[in-house]
Design a protein around this ligand. Structure first.
Ligand SMILES: Cc1cc2nc3c(=O)[nH]c(=O)nc-3n(C[C@H](O)[C@H](O)[C@H](O)COP(=O)(O)OP(=O)(O)OC[C@H]3O[C@@H](n4cnc5c(N)ncnc54)[C@H](O)[C@@H]3O)c2cc1C
Length: 391
């Protein structure tokens, strides 16, 4: 690979593992440091639209994802009483079928991790970057032990120092690498809404992603395998409150009282808080180059949005395969990073801006003139645009 021989990736989530696989398959020496480990990755599921399936094909895992997931075509809209009111057909475009494949997140991470390790990437869990020192020829990195959000990183006394040609922060919305590059210029902004997710057995009638809106609460049913599905419930949570886990099941049921029919039956079955997770929805968009010198950020670290287009992880995977290709195509690192950023920024910003506009529209929040312009195309128009553009 002309532009780099060695790369350190901070973050072994969807984006970091894809980049690790894509670079290692090209012969680059790749180390990944992941604080928590794949077992702790938001253990629910997500949708893979056809554009991300094409990007995953570049590292050879498209079919493994389809085999482990639940492929389908259109998205369905149901009334709060669980009657179908519309179907959004998949857009025609560059990426073929299936148009969607929903998959459990731990399975997805496992597939990516195996691809990265098979290609030779070294993945170290319970670790993070302590210090980065950059010079003209490389980045000197000192690692620290870190096993979770609630504990502080522990310096290993310089025991683990290595040099790399490039460091990439795929370390999520609270990225430390972004902080290293930009200080506190970019911080995640709470939207005032949160998502509750509940994993449960899949009833035979849930064969597509189903969206049902009742007032300012949206329920989304996602089948992730023949046997499993999850409900994601987007609800207003002003002031970003914290709740006790013991109350999770009751709080979800209370927020779903206006649903009936199948969705009502599913709600009544939510009794065990261990299957419920809660996350505030945040947004963040770095609107300047995602790199300086030999340090870059990508995925949620550079652009995070509410999940209203189900494209956040897709953008992280696209960032990763385009970065690997750009490092391959250019002999100079600055040229490679520049070309990569210019190729990615507008598509990622479109997903972030459109997702936020959809959240505001669905929840009756105040819309900006830019929101109104984007909303003219609706979800079908946004999907068509993403499917028509090459990533
Ligand atoms: C409710 C919800 C539903 C969603 N549904 C979809 C969907 O259907 N389709 C879709 O495409 N996207 C979806 N998304 C978006 C998607 O989850 C994210 O965009 C995606 O996970 C971003 O991938 P990433 O690799 O950039 O970051 P992450 O997945 O957040 O991974 C970051 C990794 O870095 C690690 N890390 C963090 N800090 C450090 C550190 N200092 N040192 C070492 N390691 C660190 C973390 O432990 C983590 O493993 C959804 C998001 C939400 C909230």
């Amino acid at each position: 690979m002309p532009a780099v021989d060695s790369v350190l990736i901070q973050g072994g989530g969807v984006g970091g593992l894809t980049l690790a696989a894509a670079l290692a398959q090209r012969g680059v020496q790749v180390d990944v440091v992941e604080a928590v480990g794949s077992d702790a990755v938001l253990g629910v599921g997500l949708n893979q639209p056809s554009n991300v399936l094409a990007a995953l094909d570049e590292i050879g895992v498209r079919q493994a994802c389809i085999d482990a997931g639940f492929p389908f075509e259109e998205l369905l809209l149901w009334s709060p009483a669980s009657e179908q009111v519309a179907a959004i057909p998949p857009p025609a475009g560059l990426y073929g079928t299936p148009s969607n494949n929903a998959i459990s997140r731990p399975l997805y991470n496992g597939i990516l991790r195996e691809a990265a390790e098979r290609a030779g990437a070294r993945i170290r869990t319970g670790a993070t970057v302590w210090e980065l020192t950059e010079d003209d020829a490389g980045v000197e990195v000192e690692l620290a032990t870190w096993t979770g959000k609630r504990t502080a990183p522990r310096r290993d006394g310089g025991a683990d120092r290595r040099r790399y040609d490039l460091v990439v922060g795929f370390d999520g919305v609270r990225s430390r690498i972004r902080e290293h590059l930009f200080g506190d210029r970019y911080v995640p902004v709470p939207t005032g809404f949160a998502v509750w997710r509940v994993v449960m057995p899949r009833p035979a009638d849930v064969t597509h992603i189903v969206m049902a809106l009742s007032g300012d609460v949206k329920a989304v049913l996602t089948p992730t395998s023949r046997t499993e599905m999850y409900i994601a419930l987007v609800s207003p949570e002003p002031g970003n409150p914290r709740y006790e886990r013991a109350d999770f099941a009751r709080l979800v049921r209370e927020r779903m009282t206006s649903f009936s029919g199948l969705i009502g039956q599913l709600r009544d079955g939510i009794t065990d808080e261990q299957y419920v997770s809660y996350a505030p929805l945040e947004s963040l968009m770095v609107r300047e180059p995602w790199f300086r010198g030999r340090v870059a950020i990508a995925g949620d670290a550079a652009h995070t949005s509410p999940p209203h287009l189900a494209q956040g992880a897709a953008m992280a995977v696209e960032d990763a395969v385009v970065l690997a290709a750009s490092l391959d195509e250019h002999t100079s690192l600055p040229d490679a990073l520049d070309a990569w950023y210019l190729r990615r920024r507008d598509r990622a910003a479109f997903v972030a801006d459109m997702s936020l506009a959809l959240l505001r529209q669905e929840t009756g929040s105040e819309l900006t003139p830019a929101d109104l312009e984007l909303l003219q195309m609706g979800i079908p128009g946004a999907q068509a645009r993403l499917a028509a553009q090459s990533y």
